[in-house]
Design a binder for this molecule. Sequence first.
Ligand SMILES: NC(=O)c1ccc[n+]([C@@H]2O[C@H](COP(=O)([O-])OP(=O)(O)OC[C@H]3O[C@@H](n4cnc5c(N)ncnc54)[C@H](OP(=O)(O)O)[C@@H]3O)[C@@H](O)[C@H]2O)c1
Length: 301
Amino acid sequence: MKILLTGAKGQVGQEVVELASQLACEIVACSKAELDITDPGQLESVVQARQPTLVINAAAYTAVDKAEQEIDKAYAINRDGVQNLALVCKAHDLPLIHLSTDYVFDGEKASAYVEEDPRAPLNVYGASKAEGELLLQKEWEKHVIVRTSWVFGKQGPNFVKTILRLAMKQPELRVVCDQKGCPTAAADLAGALLKLAQQITQGQAHWGIFHYCGDQETTWYEFAQRIVYHGKDYFPLKLEKLHPIVSADYPTPAKRPKNSVLNRKKIEKECGLAPSAWEPALVRMIQHINQKDALREQLSA
Ligand SMILES: NC(=O)c1ccc[n+]([C@@H]2O[C@H](COP(=O)([O-])OP(=O)(O)OC[C@H]3O[C@@H](n4cnc5c(N)ncnc54)[C@H](OP(=O)(O)O)[C@@H]3O)[C@@H](O)[C@H]2O)c1
């Protein structure tokens, strides 16, 4: 198996690279500078030159609030870039594993979202990702779309790092308590992606859409509580009080779904992938950051 990975310098991409090297799995890891998915000619020449057996797309436009302004850019990457990938994969008969998001839903459902629930994005980011999914489904059948949610890892900016950084500076923090979802450890997600890749190359492919996320649902406020609880053992936190607030009191350019909980039973049953045990992964991530000077410094900056 030789995997071509796009978005290799992203939060998830870096975890895929790290895990692939631990598993001695051959990977052609391309950053945006090395492979821009909005450039079909570059995609074609990289595929021809490197001859992968499978593609994992971890490249995306992920700035949810900024997307409300940079609409064309979000669609160019999340819709058109995915179509480019689908077409080049089809031309070379390459399976494509693509990442998508809980934000393709509007969050109005009372229970966890299943794969067949209708897409109804609330914001530009979600709409651009939903259109990318649709084009991939239309253009190339050998695809796996892995929808995930609330991703955190040691690399890249994310909610965990933001809370730790602010908690080292401020005695009080306000965090929204009326949006619920399942945090997902980027390292666990990387493991799931490589397992799916392995299944495909062993002739046990499960094509279609799958939900992969953390094992426990929570709110941003409760998640912040767990981050502070574990973080205080390793970092000099100034935080004394976390305040729960409602979304209406924390307006953002992009509207977010109130319910982001993904039902992960299909991936568990069909592909044998257990959900991300996010709290132990959170502890491991905090310990890792604590041990790496460069990562510690990022938090204090
Ligand atoms: N983070 C989350 O909470 C979350 C939740 C649900 C789903 N997801 C999905 O999971 C996937 C990975 O997310 P992530 O957290 O790893 O995002 P990320 O850290 O923003 O990584 C995305 C990577 O894609 C690169 N990229 C942007 N435009 C590109 C282009 N035209 N061609 C090639 N590469 C390009 C980015 O490079 P630059 O930084 O240089 O632009 C970045 O390295 C995405 O599909 C995202 O939608 C993420």
